[in-house]
Design a protein around this ligand. Structure first.
Ligand code: 1HN
Length: 349
């Protein structure tokens, strides 16, 4: 057993390389590509079509019981540039999860944080640390690091949502912990509104006086599509622009919803083409409504509702809206910002 063995035509140096290798040492002067002028990123831009995700999710639903494989029926988006790893980029996990009527995904918790963005259907509720949160199309639901979570579908239609986790980051840091819930399963009915919404979801800048989140994540665990939709319409109208973005924030402090992930929703009016930009870190985008195209690096992807695409770090990104176009984006920007590594710029074609 040895590490990479370097070669030299000088016998003494070659002998050194041989010994270095058997001692698990490598000479920096022979190593290439460690410090590149700009990021060298293995993940490539890619788009998963809604149609495929739905059909394959349904087939998995027919063939695979929910209790096989982690108690979750999840199809991980595997970036074509990552040699078969089940990751959408080197830092984020993205997947579609499919839950049929009368199915439940039992409670567990893990240190990787997750968010759910609902692409299709309603009727599911997710219990986060005991609090039942209903989920409908366009809603954003958080299950932050180390919170217990379970999904229930008491309704009569299957539901599909996008799961994004910071799993590759947490794994790279050697900090993955997991545990299933013990004790009796909670089956109590769901109230109309979760406690998290009643306490923190008043909107319009109203929060409990003096209260601040004690946790490193937002105490508001669900952001409703009706609010997001109204905020986007108002922004477009007031600013008189064809392109508006809202950011999902922790209502108790000036920060993103979770320490590792930022979420935004963008609305473009028909015919709008955005400026071309790029930034460090991964962006995962899901089309909620409308159609258009994404130009990612040299590739152009046609987009329809429910499509999911990944914009790798430093890859140029430009959207064009054919119809009114609503795009959800989540990124690892808070991590890059915390480390002083965030860079973004407009790129002229
Ligand atoms: C997980 O717990 C869920 O609870 C979904 O819905 C996807 C991917 C990797 C690890 C844990 C869930 C997951 C996951």
């Amino acid at each position: 057993m040895a590490t990479s063995r370097f070669r030299s035509s000088e016998p003494a140096l070659d002998a050194l390389y041989d010994d270095l290798s058997s001692h698990y040492l490598q000479p920096l002067w022979e190593l290439r590509g460690l410090l590149t002028p700009t990021p060298r990123v293995r993940a490539v831009p890619y788009r998963w079509r809604a149609d495929d995700l739905t059909k394959l999710g349904r087939r998995a639903g027919e063939l695979v019981p929910i209790d096989r494989g982690g108690d979750r029926r999840v199809l991980a988006m595997s970036n074509p540039g990552l040699d078969g790893a089940p990751f959408v980029s080197s830092t984020l996990w993205a997947a579609v999860q499919y839950l049929q009527p009368n199915e439940a995904a039992p409670a567990h918790r893990h240190t990787p944080a997750a968010l759910r963005f609902v692409l299709q259907g309603d009727g599911v509720y997710t219990r986060v640390d005991g609090d039942p949160i209903t989920m409908a199309r366009g809603d954003l639901v958080l299950t932050p690091s180390w919170t217990f979570h379970e999904h229930h579908n008491p309704g009569d239609v299957p539901m599909t949502w996008l799961d994004v986790l910071d799993l590759p980051i947490v794994a790279a840091l050697g900090a993955v912990f997991f545990e299933p819930a013990t004790g009796p399963e909670v089956t109590a009915g769901r109230p109309a509104r979760s406690a998290t919404e009643r306490r923190w979801g008043a909107g319009a800048g109203l929060t409990p006086a003096e209260a601040r989140a004690l946790s490193p994540y937002s105490p508001l665990l669900v952001y409703r599509w009706t609010d997001t939709d109204a905020a986007l319409d108002a922004l477009l109208e007031v600013d008189g622009t064809p392109d508006a973005t809202v950011r999902f924030r922790d209502p108790s402090r000036d920060r993103d919803i979770m320490p590792t992930m930022r979420c935004e929703m963008r609305r473009l009016l028909p015919g709008t083409t955005t400026r071309r930009d790029r930034q460090t870190g991964t962006r995962i985008c899901a089309v909620l409504d409308g159609s258009g195209t994404a130009q990612l690096g040299d590739e152009s992807f046609d987009l329809a509702p429910g499509d999911v695409f990944v914009v790798p770090s430093w890859c140029t990104h430009q959207l064009h809206a054919r119809t009114r176009f609503d795009v959800f984006t989540t990124s690892d920007s808070p991590v890059l910002e915390a480390l002083g590594l965030h860079r973004s710029e407009q790129v002229d074609p």
